[in-house]
Ligand binder design. Structure first.
Ligand SMILES: Nc1ncnc2c1ncn2[C@@H]1O[C@H](COP(=O)(O)OP(=O)(O)OP(=O)(O)O)[C@@H](O)[C@H]1O
Ligand SMILES: [Mg+2]
Length: 254
């Protein structure tokens, strides 16, 4: 089932001489349960795309449909509610609330929505992510990798239609990157959770089911990633992305 679809999606910033066509006609369709990555050079429009998919901002034109709903037809208030219920965000900077415990951080989106976390599901998530012994800790008492695992738990707990992650391992060392990405992939499989993740790092993209390449606000390549699958085709990496991936990228290749 299609969980997310865009049609001729455009986002232009500024006007006249300073106009930037951050997205310039994106048609994209994501199936339920897919773990897709978006790759592309700096400034190519990746974060702008994620913002549009998650309804963090309105597009210049075109549509985004999430779980059958055209999100730009919603007013700001309804869009906020829709976002809270249907979209899970994971950012590079974790965005945890420092004065709340790990447990409180995880259930916060549910509580903001006046709902209670499903205890059984919560336990499953916490166990999968290895956070059982950290529930009473404050974010400041955790390592970067642990904080990002909390952010993943928080994104999963509402059972959103889609999780959107913007460079979720950008602040982590290579070993922790591998661990966090492995857990993200595991959760996508275990909970059949749709995930769209931005990364600069081609080696990380290899962990996903599908790689979408964006340049100058347009999709220039989009294909199922079968690297690592016996008989699957190998993946050609672009020189500039290999340079960006650097040592870290190659290390996490599995
Ligand atoms: N709020 C804004 N106002 C004006 N221009 C913007 C705004 N946000 C993004 N842009 C421009 O849109 C283009 C795409 O930016 P975007 O942040 O989507 O790139 P990106 O692919 O995420 O890059 P990076 O890999 O560096 O994070 C860039 O040229 C950027 O300068
Ligand atoms: Mg970005």
């Amino acid at each position: 089932m299609k969980i997310l679809e865009t049609h001729n999606l455009k986002k232009y910033y500024g006007k006249g001489d300073i106009e930037v066509r951050a997205l310039d006609g994106v048609d994209l369709s994501i199936e339920e349960g897919e773990f897709a990555t978006v790759v592309g050079t700096s400034g190519s429009g990746k974060s702008t795309l994620l913002h549009m998919l998650g309804g963090l901002d309105y597009a210049t034109s075109g549509t985004v449909t999430v779980a059958g709903k055209k999100i730009f037809e919603l007013n700001e208030n309804d869009l906020t509610i829709f976002r809270r219920r249907q979209i899970g965000f994971i950012f590079q900077s974790y965005n945890l609330v420092p004065i709340l415990s790990v447990y409180e951080n995880i259930v916060l989106p549910m509580e903001l929505d006046g709902r209670r976390a499903d205890k059984k599901f919560m336990d499953q998530i916490v166990q999968t992510l290895g956070l059982e012994n950290k529930l009473d800790a404050l974010p400041g008492q955790l390592s970067g990798g642990q904080q990002q695992r909390v952010a993943i738990a928080r994104a999963l707990v509402t059972k959103p239609a889609i999780i959107l992650a913007d460079e979720p391992t950008g602040n982590l060392d290579s070993r922790t990157t591998q661990e966090v990405l492995g857990l993200l992939k595991l959760t996508s499989e275990q909970f059949h959770q749709t995930i769209v993740m931005i990364t600069h790092n081609e080696a990380l993209a290899q962990l996903s089911d599908r790689i979408i390449r964006i340049e100058d606000g347009r999709i220039v390549n989009d294909y199922a990633n079968r690297a690592g699958v016996p008989g699957g085709r190998s993946f050609t990496r672009h020189e500039e992305d290999m340079e960006e991936a650097g040592e870290t990228g190659r290390e996490v290749r599995i």
